[in-house]
Design a binder for this molecule. Structure first.
Ligand code: FPP
Length: 226
């Protein structure tokens, strides 16, 4: 963890489309720039002592975007998947996908293999892809029903979510000036701190991560106590 106790940071990487529009470029160009920022930020987070990073790459609702944009993001993902094993082994990163892999067809098996291959490495990277917080809770409850549970506890749900391998996020960062949760980590965010940045995701950098960590250090967490 960082000197001020930050273990798990989560990012809503918003603003790719506006970043591209500001430059007279197609939205897809914003996602290309956003993917480069994603790689840079993950690495930097690891270097400052953060042990878990979660990024919201594609929500269960993002399928509603124009087909051209969806396929541009999927192309970026396919490129990432091709290089991810080498990158994760080199940088000591353990990757986990949050969300059902079913829509990814031929890639689903490769995603599972990547999770297996990078299991128990240093920094945990959760890639939320086809992810929705509500969908995750429903998925967890259905899993418990399938196991024969008639009544569930909070611990049962926590340990059946896609994030069961990691602690809840200490800090959730949303870039791109919007201030909403957008169906991200709904169960896990119960006691998270929130940080909203006006910076568009492609412009986010190491300095911005430092600002997040510093601000986290100023927060007083009480978890409902006094
Ligand atoms: C939100 O910005 C961003 C997304 C929905 C996609 C995020 C994807 C990446 C950063 C690249 C994907 C990388 C991998 C490895 C899958 P927006 O498009 O809603 O921006 P806007 O609010 O300005 O329109």
């Amino acid at each position: 963890m960082t000197e001020n106790g930050l273990e798990h940071i989560a990012f809503i990487m918003d603003g790719n489309g506006r970043w591209a529009k500001n430059r007279g470029l197609p939205r897809q160009a914003g996602h290309v720039a956003g993917a480069a920022t994603f790689k840079k930020v993950i690495e930097y987070c690891g270097s400052v002592g953060i042990t878990c990073v979660t990024v919201y790459a594609f929500s269960t609702e993002n399928w509603k975007r124009p087909a051209e944009e969806v396929s541009a993001i999927m192309k970026l993902f396919a490129e990432y998947l091709a290089e991810a094993e080498k990158f994760c082994m080199k940088k000591n990163i353990s990757i986990h996908f949050l969300g059902s892999k079913a829509p990814f067809g031929e890639y689903a098996a490769r995603m599972t293999a990547l999770e297996e291959k990078t299991k128990d490495l240093g920094l945990t990277l959760n890639l939320a892809l086809n992810y929705g917080g509500r969908d995750d809770i429903v998925h967890a409850v259905n899993k418990l029903i399938a196991e024969g549970k008639k009544e569930v506890t909070e611990d049962d749900i926590t340990s059946s979510l896609y994030t069961s391998h990691c602690p809840p996020p200490d800090l959730i960062v949303r870039t791109g000036a919007e201030k909403r949760i957008s169906n991200f980590l709904l169960w896990e965010c119960a006691y998270s701190e929130f940080y909203f940045s006006d910076v568009l995701w492609p412009d986010f950098d190491e300095k911005q991560v430092d600002l997040c960590v510093e601000e986290f250090g100023r927060r007083k967490r009480r978890y409902g106590g006094v």
